[in-house]
Design a protein. Structure first.
Length: 424
């Protein structure tokens, strides 16, 4: 008896899954989002940022101080990997003209009092102006100038201690009591593609799954059908079969897309893949399951097909920002930090970076995996609630409409007149 119940449950779930797969592949918009966008977007982002490492960004120098300190600073900036001194100008107007002509991508400016301020032990400033047509120009110019500034700061302090009568060794110990060196093993060249694209990959999985499912849900509801309605032979006892049946269809499709995004695309473009294959596959399985239930819950608020496209305009950058990949999580405002807990990508991206880019194992991402698992179960419960409520409303829509009409009559509300006014 128990075995027949289980087999019947699995049979019904499989019937619903196959029906959902047919619906997915029969909708051109959904196919476009799932397969074209889901598989082309990762390639496009990598192509756009394929030159994630930019070297020898040309800078113009305006040295109004013309002192030994400014000349040494200029030589050190020119020696960095990020920049090269392409022009030496006598005025800012001359340098600005070179930037307008695209001959240089930034300007390094030394005010006339630069040397005097250093000699008088006052704060001296250096101006940096960048071409913002590409973030890489800004990054390179700022990194080169900052690295030289830190080096010069140490050198200036040592010179001042030396003038005060300290030996070179004593001065060096006073300036830097504990010597240290910079070590950035995961992105030593500060590649923009490793920093950005690795974080974007899993966001593409989440967003395209949500948008595709919402598009399908909106289409069904525009035709006055309930997306959560149960098959006739399952009424009142099949919410679980509908959720797991439909969820299985999306999970099967998106596990393939997630494997492509997380393994094949990085291999094509040489992104780091330092993690264990099976560890990352486990992460993807939990993440995709979470995304399926997440999409089921939030797509329940979609009533029209075109509503989905409004979300395209602003949700993806927000998802990227809230992962902490482009901004430290401790600096994210409280409201947005709480909001980020609603998104599977917040935890999945952090875990993926820890495992694939940094080469850590499951233990390095155990907190994110636990959060994903908890979130997955919460969305599963919410999906049951959303589907059950929607199905109940669909079954009792005549009674609900009758109560609404009675309430409108008492309040003197003419919905037909209001609708005609709104429609013009």
């Amino acid at each position: 008896m128990r075995q027949s119940i289980v087999l019947g449950w699995l049979k019904d779930a499989w019937e619903i899954a196959t029906s959902e797969l047919k619906r997915i592949f029969s909708d051109g918009g959904v196919v476009l989002i799932f397969f074209v966008a889901g598989m082309i977007y990762p390639l496009l982002y990598n192509i756009v940022y394929i030159n994630g490492i930019l070297e020898d960004t040309p800078l113009a120098v305006v040295d109004m101080a013309d002192c030994s300190a400014s000349r040494r600073y200029i030589r050190e900036v020119d020696a960095t990997r990020e920049t090269k001194i392409a022009a030496r100008c006598t005025t800012m107007e001359e340098a600005e003209k070179l930037m307008q002509e695209r001959k240089v991508k930034g300007i390094l400016y030394f005010p006339a009092d630069f040397g005097d301020n250093l000699a008088a032990m006052r704060q001296a400033t250096v101006g940096v102006y960048c071409d913002m047509s590409s973030f890489l120009y800004y990054k390179n110019a700022l990194m080169a100038v900052n690295h030289v500034m830190l080096s010069e700061h140490v050198q200036i302090q040592i010179e001042r201690y030396a003038k005060a009568g300290f030996t070179d060794q004593e001065a060096a110990q006073l300036v830097q009591g504990l010597p240290y060196g910079e070590n950035n093993p995961y992105n030593a060249a500060f590649s923009y593609s490793i920093f950005l694209v690795s974080a974007i990959l899993l966001i593409i999985v989440q967003q395209t799954l949500f948008y595709g499912m919402s598009l399908l849900v909106g289409t069904v509801r525009e035709k006055n059908h309930q997306y959560a309605s149960l098959p006739p032979h399952l009424q009142g006892r099949g919410v679980g079969r509908v959720i797991f049946g439909r969820g299985s269809a999306y999970w099967l499709v998106y596990m393939g897309i997630a494997i492509y995004v997380a393994f094949i695309v990085p291999a094509i473009f040489g992104l780091p893949q330092r993690g264990n294959f099976w560890d990352i596959l486990l992460l993807l399985a939990i993440f995709v399951t979470d995304c399926v239930f997440f999409s089921m819950v939030w797509s329940s608020f979609i009533t029209r097909r075109e509503s989905v496209f409004l979300l395209f305009l602003f949700m993806s950058p927000i998802c990227l920002f809230l992962t902490g990949a482009s901004w430290p999580t401790f600096a994210i405002p409280g409201f947005w930090k709480v909001f980020s807990y609603l998104l599977p990508s917040t935890f999945a991206v952090q875990a993926y970076l820890n495992m694939s880019v940094a080469g850590g194992g499951l233990t390095s991402a155990i907190s994110q995996l636990n959060c994903l698992f908890l979130q997955m179960n919460i969305y599963l419960v919410l999906a049951f609630v959303a589907y059950y409520v929607e199905d109940w409303i669909f079954l009792h829509k005549d009674r609900i409409r009758s109560h609404r009409d009675q309430l409108d009559a008492k309040l003197g509300i003419d919905r037909q007149k209001m609708r005609s006014i709104i429609e013009g």
